[in-house]
Design a binder for this molecule. Sequence first.
Ligand SMILES: Cc1cc2nc3c(=O)[nH]c(=O)nc-3n(C[C@H](O)[C@H](O)[C@H](O)COP(=O)(O)OP(=O)(O)OC[C@H]3O[C@@H](n4cnc5c(N)ncnc54)[C@H](O)[C@@H]3O)c2cc1C
Length: 353
Amino acid sequence: MALSRRPGVEIVVLERAIPGAEASSAAAGILGAQIEGHEAGPHFDMLCRARAAYPALAAELRDLTGIDVGYKRCGVLKVAIEGERADVDTRALEALVGWQRKAGLNAELVDGARARSIEPALADLVVAAAHFPDDAQVDPPVLLRALVAAIARRPGVEIRTGVTVRGLLVEKDRCAGVALDTGELRADATVLAAGSWSSLVAGLPASLPEVKPVRGQLVQLDERPPRARTIVFGAGGYVVPRGDGRVICGSTMEQVGYRREVTAAGVHHILRTALALVPSLGEAQLGPAWSSFRPFADAPLIGASPLPGLFLATGHHRNGILLAPETGARVAALIMGETRELEGGALERDPSA
Ligand SMILES: Cc1cc2nc3c(=O)[nH]c(=O)nc-3n(C[C@H](O)[C@H](O)[C@H](O)COP(=O)(O)OP(=O)(O)OC[C@H]3O[C@@H](n4cnc5c(N)ncnc54)[C@H](O)[C@@H]3O)c2cc1C
């Protein structure tokens, strides 16, 4: 049970707006362990474990709340398009497929015709593609609604909204809780999970890597009847068909601080990329566009911190939706002393716990 609370533990979630107000509801929802994997190793293994946890999490949320979070093992095609870079891009796809197959995963390099048999809406200019049939998707705003509904019903869990954390309470070199705009909340374990705003919390250890906002814009198109069904990645962006006609097109990666604009240049880039990948989207109805901030750190910050009593669940950058079940399980096990962290971030199960 991914959402179980350990007996005897009281949990308070503090949120200055409403849970899911920021990046977690804005995301495209790609569970792209393989498309986001750059090399074999512990990080890639973590992405794959997180993806593998999703079918059970989706089923558990449906049982608990009746909400279908839109989990689909729809697969991803990463494509090379005709032109000057086609050979270089195809060789890069070949290398990607090569090391992932060696790691024992499902991945295939296909030519343009085969790619179009997998996704008939794909552009004729696609000359080759890496196909990752096990990569998947969820619908993030629905996922967040289901998560909040599921945990709000649990005894021992309280969600306080409209509450801003000002800083950590640090006593005798230990985190003893948090200072709020309305007082204090003391706790044996405090988890920093403030996304792109994490580094603004006062009292963090100076050695903690900074978490910076990376703005991403998305545009929704409505395709009636729905045609595309596979996620398509190209050099400049991606297209995520939800299966019901909504197609989420992304994105941008912009270091503009906390500016929330959806810009003309951003939308232009996103639509140009989407239509190059799936030309029939040119006929789709233009839907809403939005932006939010990916919490960027050099690597995800998940686990214990240099300050005893403070744990980290932030810095997930492009993969926070994917990593959510893994982050939750890892942080909970560390807090409860069921595992301990080894140098390099690996976890060892504590035999005494
Ligand atoms: C355009 C875009 C597309 C993306 N696509 C994908 C994708 O396809 N797949 C994927 O896996 N990931 C994707 N991501 C990344 C993913 O959305 C993030 O990594 C993840 O949602 C981060 O979750 P979080 O809880 O750390 O941050 P957030 O969801 O931003 O939540 C942080 C919360 O902390 C609250 N908060 C901040 N400061 C305080 C404070 N002082 N006191 C109280 N509350 C506070 C905020 O109000 C906010 O609700 C995408 C992100 C963007 C922007």
